[in-house]
Design a protein around this ligand. Structure first.
Ligand code: F6R
Length: 246
């Protein structure tokens, strides 16, 4: 595990954006595509802004980039402002040159959810697996919507959103009375199968869980702790988020 600590989230996000662009180019020198799975939430917002800037400046082509995302609410229209589809389009995809056929954002509106989730796993494998996984972390240790209790071998599936996460979401959700309590998420195993994982955490309110994820015991109580088992994971933290690490 590599841990990088920055003065603030702006510096950390800029650094990660540069690293990702180089990583993408490195991957594309070795194979014909680069598969990226994206997180939503507040943590990656500056990262995506910085990525857009660098990609435009460096004229990096997104032609062979395949996009997936980590999670989506069940029953929320993908065009709704609350959906993670909307978030990813709004914060990144609408601003870069990428063809629709390379975009695989999860849908929370499928009738046969089990079949749909299995088809996502198959699709990721068909593309050769995830090269770059971007993560944030919930205050309860969730990654994607893998809430506490999620097993190491879990795959893409329908999950219950925890009360804790619902209360955090209520701050941003437009129409806080209507927050869904189910989602689709890539599994812990799906995330651990990614070749490179980058997790961002900014602010004091992430300090406790960052300590647990990095220094605590590995297990379902803190799903992010499973990242300790990954060979190529980097934690991007600001001073505050790292302040409880020993
Ligand atoms: C969202 C996701 C979540 C968030 C986590 C942290 O796609 O994967 O696990 O990363 O809830 O959210 P923020 O960044 O808003 O603190």
């Amino acid at each position: 595990m590599k841990v990088s600590v920055f003065e603030n989230k702006e510096e950390g996000s800029k650094d990660l954006a540069l690293l990702l662009v180089n990583k993408i180019q490195e991957v594309l020198l070795k194979k014909s595509n680069c598969v990226i799975s994206l997180a939503t939430g507040s943590s990656p917002i500056i990262l995506y802004k910085e990525l857009i800037k660098i990609l435009k400046f460096k004229r990096v082509s997104f032609k062979n980039i395949i996009i997936f995302n980590l999670d989506e609410f069940i029953g929320v229209d993908p065009n709704s402002i609350n959906s993670y589809n909307y978030y990813i389009n709004n914060h990144l995809l609408n601003h870069i040159n990428i063809s629709n056929e390379n975009i695989n954002l999860l849908s929370g509106n499928k009738k046969n959810i089990i079949e749909y989730c299995n088809s996502i796993e198959t699709k990721i494998k068909k593309y050769g697996g995830i090269d770059i996984q971007i993560l944030g972390i919930g205050r309860n240790g969730h990654i994607g919507f893998n809430e506490p209790g999620s097993k190491k071998n879990s795959l893409t599936r329908k999950v219950k959103i925890s009360r804790d996460s619902i209360s955090v979401l209520s701050k941003d959700f437009k129409n806080a009375n209507n927050i869904p309590d189910e989602a689709i998420t890539l599994g812990i195993n799906t995330i651990l199968s990614a070749k490179n994982v980058y997790l961002m955490a900014w602010g004091l309110n992430k300090a406790e869980i960052i300590k647990e994820a990095l220094e605590g015991s590995i297990g379902v109580a803190c799903p992010a702790s499973f990242l300790q088992l990954h060979n190529d994971v980097e934690f991007y933290l600001d001073k505050n988020a790292s302040s409880k690490l020993s």
